[in-house]
Design a protein around this ligand. Structure first.
Ligand SMILES: [Zn+2]
Length: 219
């Protein structure tokens, strides 16, 4: 299941919530959850949903083409008409309604029109108003969490704090370049020493050779 979350509700909680709905749904086609995308859009105060209607080809090996997208429209806790106690979490009744709407949309994905939903609570002629019954059978959803993300507090640094950070950075850079400089100094010292040695060695050898040549000439 993929969640395309356009609300401030925690995505992980939404995902868990919809998996629970699938578990409790009387209709659940094979591999439904795997291929499903749930888009969650914000609403002002109402809970509603939309889904792509699936299709079952009864005469062709019962091949199913399932709806793969459900759009759920969910209000913020403060917008929901029951006036929640907690402004960061939806009340139990609202969650049961969301579950009801989601399972209703699942039926559409499985290719069911409203009239095909008879036999369940989805289109019972004795219960004409869906809005009155939505969520009455979904008490299991009451305790599932659906809460808002806690907004990240942006830390504003003072000029003093910024200057302190810059100073610390300068200290580190001075330390780093001093270490590099010292290493170079050591290397320079080593090569100067070698240079001196081989300069002297050259002198010694050329003096020795001149002396030898002089000897030869005297013969
Ligand atoms: Zn419908």
């Amino acid at each position: 299941m993929r969640i395309d979350n356009k609300t401030k509700y925690k995505t992980a909680e939404l995902k868990k919530f919809f998996y629970e709905c699938i578990k409790h749904s009387p209709v659940c086609p094979d591999k439904f959850a795997k291929n499903l995308t749930v888009r969650v859009n914000p609403a002002k105060y109402r809970i509603s949903g939309r889904a792509y209607l699936g299709k079952v080809f009864h005469h062709f090996k019962k091949k199913e083409v399932l709806g793969f997208l459900i759009t759920m429209i969910i209000p913020k806790p403060e917008g929901y008409h029951l006036k929640p106690v907690d402004k960061n979490a939806l009340p139990a009744g609202a969650k049961a309604s969301i579950a009801w709407v989601f399972i209703h949309e699942m039926h559409h994905c499985a290719g069911k029109h409203h009239n095909d939903m008879a036999g369940s609570y989805f289109n019972n002629p004795h219960r004409p108003e869906w809005s009155d019954i939505a969520g009455t059978s979904e008490a299991w959803a009451h305790d599932l969490p659906l809460t808002l993300e806690t907004p990240k507090v942006k830390v504003v640094k003072t000029s003093l704090q910024k200057a302190e950070e810059k100073l610390e950075h300068c200290r580190l850079k001075v330390k780093e370049h001093t270490a590099k400089l010292n290493k170079r100094k050591t290397l320079l010292k080593k090569w100067n020493k070698k240079l001196k040695y081989y300069t002297n060695r050259m002198l010694d050898l050329s003096v020795g050779e001149t002396a030898c040549n002089g000897k030869d000439e005297s013969k």
